[in-house]
Write a protein that binds this ligand. Structure first.
Ligand code: ADP
Length: 653
């Protein structure tokens, strides 16, 4: 049994793609945990017992959230007596609970069957795996220790969902679900939220939390350039594809004409330009009404999040594939910041949150979605009746290879050959449940590959303003500020489907990389480095003369501030201040653009084009917003805006 989400401390993956911070931190060797001979918890199998180990200290490491977690374990002949955590790159604050509690619980219970810490699952698992390795090295039986289950420990507070009746049921505890639950609760509804994993957050937690919004205050010091003007003119020159598009284009044209006539030299942006750019980047497959709903609500939603404790930095930037300088970021460049604030406020507002609780199917009564069948944390099937509405917020299906292959119409191969950087919960459950009650599915064939999936294990930033991408030949091969599908396709055509992001010390500092973090990444081979470009090239194994020439031409292009030979229009800093760094990347399945059709009220639409009463959806489980290609930094606002809209509407139903 796991506890209700009382603690939301969890993990961020390196450069998961939404502008991730690559959050590696070198938390140096922690104080060792020694044996505490208490019997607070009850174990259900025999621990190892006398003479089970070759006494001594053994070391091992296992993959955590941000790279390997090293530790050493000391054994007497009969017991594990001490666990000392060594080097690791886990994020301070998020992983602390695992480092404090898991070693103590292992020693206390002489068991590897202890519960992982809610919200720090990967760190917990890494500790358990590394200790298991040491047990094997010491001649013990790790599998037997894993079978020693522990009950009644500090983490095993019981909160198991029973048959219930509530105003609003929210299915899924990522950004969309928490936003929906909070807004429904703030609008007077009683709310239950169920999450099938042991931690809240979903992909929203794992990503960099980049949040696109036209924001005159934060954008006021960004200069407009010739290259950016040409990007506006290009999108405005596109032929009309629908009445809605023509109307939107005419509005943007009028805004653009007015802007030019005003003599303003700072960045042009409006919610309508954001919408038009998003429609264009999705090859005109997105629903104009929904995209406009999104872009006209993003700033309000961002401010609502601020009112609910989410902090944003004062600057905006351009996350990979964002196409414009409007990506907001939290102080830690992390979606975890958003989830933590939402979870706190939702709980305080009275939302009941149940982890390890999986929705299996929707209940329909008199043509209305009236609840769902849930498998609770004890493995029992229970029903939750929802008087006002059910909000589906289960995310996408990037982690479901079968569904990817079934629906894909964009990529040559989207099966096992590609990894995903998504949460294991992204298995498309809500799409299946929705389809079973008649929901229409839209855009299912469009699946986004994130070009920036870390291969070397480290990263400096997912922001393109100062990024140089080069291949194994040391040459640039694409405009780094391009759409994600264009970037991914270009990477797939390079040697070993791999590329490097080259940056300098100045950029590393700008992205909050401390010397300790950089040192950790270099020492552990998570990226390449060199005091000169030639030295960096040598360490990367790419031709030094080619890389030197590439960097020289890049710096000239930054200074010229004009579209270059690849058509890049976004420039910021040159790459000149050593040391220089280069992590490597390859594409991974990142976002599924298709899903349940909704209208601007977040109501789900059936195959006849009618609203399904009582049924709402928000976030990645929905389709029709992003078209063929989601703009980088549009996913989090999509989840949170439509989550908020769904919550308000379901509560008012
Ligand atoms: P979004 O950005 O749309 O909120 P996320 O991936 O962030 O999407 O969150 C979706 C959440 O829904 C994940 O935490 C996932 O584990 C959860 N989930 C998926 N399927 C189910 C289900 N059947 N029952 C409960 N929760 C689910």
């Amino acid at each position: 049994m796991k506890k209700v989400a009382a603690v939301l401390l969890s993990m961020t993956l390196l450069l998961s793609g939404c502008g991730g911070n690559g959050g590696s931190q070198d938390t140096t060797t922690a104080a060792p945990t020694t044996a505490a001979p208490t019997t607070a918890a009850e174990t259900t199998a025999e621990p190892a017992g006398q003479g089970a180990y070759k006494a001594g200290t053994y070391t091992a490491s296992a993959q955590g959230n941000n790279g390997p977690v090293e530790l050493s374990v000391t054994f007497s002949q009969d017991a594990i007596t001490e666990i000392a955590i060594g080097k690791h790159g886990e994020t301070t604050g998020i992983s602390d609970g695992a480092f404090e509690k898991i070693p103590a619980a292992i020693i206390e219970n002489q068991s590897l069957g202890v519960d992982t810490i809610s919200g720090a699952t990967y760190t917990s698992q890494a500790i358990l795996d590394a200790v298991a390795d040491c047990v094997t090295q010491a001649g013990g039986d790790a599998e037997a220790l894993r079978a020693v289950t522990v009950e009644g420990g500090e983490e095993a507070e019981s909160a198991v969902l029973a048959d219930s009746e509530v105003d609003v049921l929210v299915i899924g505890g990522g950004g969309a679900g928490l936003s929906a639950a909070l807004s429904a609760s703030q609008n007077g509804a009683s709310v239950i939220l169920v999450e099938k994993l042991s931690a809240l957050g979903g992909n929203t937690f794992r990503c960099g939390g980049a949040f696109n919004a036209c924001d005159p205050e934060r954008q006021k010091d960004i200069p407009m350039t010739e290259a950016l003007s040409s990007a506006v003119e290009k999108v405005l020159a596109h032929e009309d594809v629908s009445e809605d598009h023509a109307k939107l284009k005419a509005e943007v044209q009028a805004q653009w004409d007015e802007y030019k006539a005003s003599g303003n030299t700072m960045l042009f942006d409006t919610p309508e330009w954001h919408a038009l750019q998003s429609i264009d980047a999705g090859d005109y497959e997105g629903n104009v009404e929904l995209v406009r709903t999104l872009t006209t609500n993003t700033l309000d939603t961002l401010n609502w999040l601020s009112d609910n404790g989410v902090e944003w930095t004062d600057e905006v930037s351009t996350v990979v594939g964002a196409l414009w300088n409007r990506s907001h970021q939290t102080p830690n460049n992390s979606g975890a910041d958003i989830i933590a604030a939402l979870e706190k406020n939702a709980t305080e507002s009275g939302v009941e949150i149940y982890l390890d609780s999986k929705a299996e199917e929707l209940i329909v009564e008199d043509g209305r979605v009236a609840g769902a069948v849930i498998t609770n944390a004890a493995g029992e099937k229970v029903t939750v009746k929802a008087k006002k509405g059910v909000i589906m917020a289960t995310g996408g299906f990037s982690a479901n290879v079968e569904m990817r292959v079934k629906y894909n119409k964009q990529w040559e191969d989207i099966g096992e050959s590609l990894t995903t950087n998504n949460s294991p919960g992204a298995t498309g459950d809500g799409i299946v449940m929705g389809e079973a009650v008649g929901a229409n599915l839209v855009g299912m064939g469009w699946i986004q590959l994130m070009p920036l999936n870390s291969v070397s294990g480290g990263g400096i930033s997912g922001y393109v303003n100062s990024s140089l991408y080069c291949n194994k030949e040391g040459k640039r091969f694409v405009a780094e500020d391009q759409r994600r599908d264009v970037l991914a396709e270009a990477v797939l055509a390079q040697t070993d489907k791999l590329f490097y992001i080259v940056c300098d010390q100045k950029e590393a500092e700008l992205r909050g990389r401390t010397p300790e973090v950089l040192g950790y990444m270099v020492d552990n081979g998570l990226l390449y480095s060199g005091d000169t470009i030639a030295e960096l090239a040598e360490n990367m194994g790419v031709p030094a003369d080619a890389l030197e020439q590439t960097v020289k031409e890049f710096n000239e292009a930054v200074k010229a501030d004009k579209p270059d030979e690849f058509g890049r229009t976004t420039w910021e800093n040159t790459i000149e201040t050593g040391p220089f760094y280069a992590p490597s990347f390859s594409p991974a399945v990142h976002h599924t653009m298709g899903g349940l059709e909704i209208n601007g009220n977040a109501e789900v639409i059936n195959t006849e084009g009618e609203v399904i009463p009582g049924f709402y959806a928000a976030g990645e489980v929905t389709g029709g917003i992003h078209g063929t290609n989601r703009v980088g930094g549009n996913a989090v606002p999509d989840a949170l805006c439509f989550g908020k809209i769904a919550g308000v509407n379901a509560a008012g139903n």
